[in-house]
Design a protein around this ligand. Structure first.
Ligand code: 13P
Ligand code: SF4
Length: 303
């Protein structure tokens, strides 16, 4: 089937099933093009919460579909394939988190949305890359905060608060392995480019950035800037949207290695098959969903 034909068939199926398609910016361009809601982790969680539909099809990774199911237990949440995990989310286990709580009694745990439902269920509040500082600041009475599982995000946030941040030692393998040398090499090729980086990158790389933010933040920064070239320190799939919304600008990946393998697995065919057969339903057991929802709701309530 030709791409356009398949895209039209998916759109028709979505209508027939009263379904919405939620798509993360790291997904393939041809999937971004047919999204009902396209966004970063926070926008997609908010979108799931407000979705007026019976079915949510989530083109993203597993924890994203899980979060949608936690927020919308009355909707059927489909993940187009089941092998789309997030290595960062796998860098923490419930046992380890329970132990950390014992080691730091009374210290609140802020958990990045890139985590399993089980981890969220043992957390005080969730955060995304775009609201992490607001979330930490909202914990008014607490002088110390544990941030898990992304150590780079935790270290980045610690530069903007007086609270003591205890970082987990997890990392996103896509962002963590971007180096100062990679960025330097790309910078040398362009006369005066700006460099925008995701807070999942290491501190030395972030120190080189003109702007640090989640994907939604980088998109706004690019739209408001008047430069013609920008180096992007986040996953490559995002360049598709940056170019689409800013056709006169040139966006350069900070490294050719910035590819999230699991974000790229989902295809239009997978979406069509999942919707046709209503397969790969993501559901979280109530005993995990209810405490996990508390942590997510607490985050979503922050303006
Ligand atoms: P954002 O969507 O919050 O920018 O996060 C990026 C990410 O790594 C998602 O897996
Ligand atoms: Fe996980 Fe990193 Fe991929 Fe995001 S980019 S889904 S954090 S591995």
């Amino acid at each position: 089937m030709k791409r356009k034909e398949l895209q039209n068939k998916i759109r028709k199926l979505l209508k027939d099933r009263n379904a919405v398609l939620l798509v993360h910016y790291y997904q393939r361009g041809e999937i971004q093009d047919i999204a009902d809601i396209l966004g970063d982790s926070l926008m997609l969680s908010l979108g799931a919460a407000k979705a007026d539909a019976d079915v949510i099809v989530f083109a993203g990774v597993h924890f994203m579909a899980e979060s949608a199911s936690i927020i919308c237990p009355d909707k059927t949440v489909l993940l187009p394939r089941l092998d789309v995990g997030c290595p960062l989310a796998d860098m923490i286990t419930v046992d380890q988190l329970v132990q950390a709580r014992k080691n730091h009694p009374g210290v609140p745990i802020v958990t990045y949305i890139n985590s399993s439902a089980g981890i969220k269920a043992h957390s005080d509040i969730c955060c995304t890359s775009s609201n992490a500082l607001n979330v930490v600041t909202s914990l008014e009475g607490d002088k110390t905060v544990i941030m898990a599982p992304d150590g780079n995000l935790a270290r980045y946030i610690s530069g903007f608060t007086d609270k003591q941040i205890i970082p987990w030692d997890g990392y996103c393998p896509v962002h963590h392995f971007l180096t100062v040398d990679d960025v330097r090499k790309v910078k040398e090729k362009y006369p005066r480019p700006l460099f925008a980086a995701h807070p999942e990158c290491k501190p030395d790389v972030l120190a080189m950035a003109d702007f640090v933010g989640g994907t939604g933040g980088i998109l706004r920064f690019a739209g408001e800037s008047d430069v013609s070239e920008m180096i992007i320190g986040t996953e490559m799939g995002f360049l598709y949207q940056l170019k689409k919304q800013n056709p006169k600008m040139t966006f350069i990946p900070a490294s050719e290695k910035l590819i999230c393998r699991t974000m790229k697995l989902i295809t239009l065919n997978d979406i069509f098959d999942a919707l046709s057969e209503m397969k790969h339903i993501i559901r979280v057991p109530e005993e995990i969903r209810i405490p996990a929802r508390k942590a997510l709701d607490r985050m979503l309530a922050i303006p």
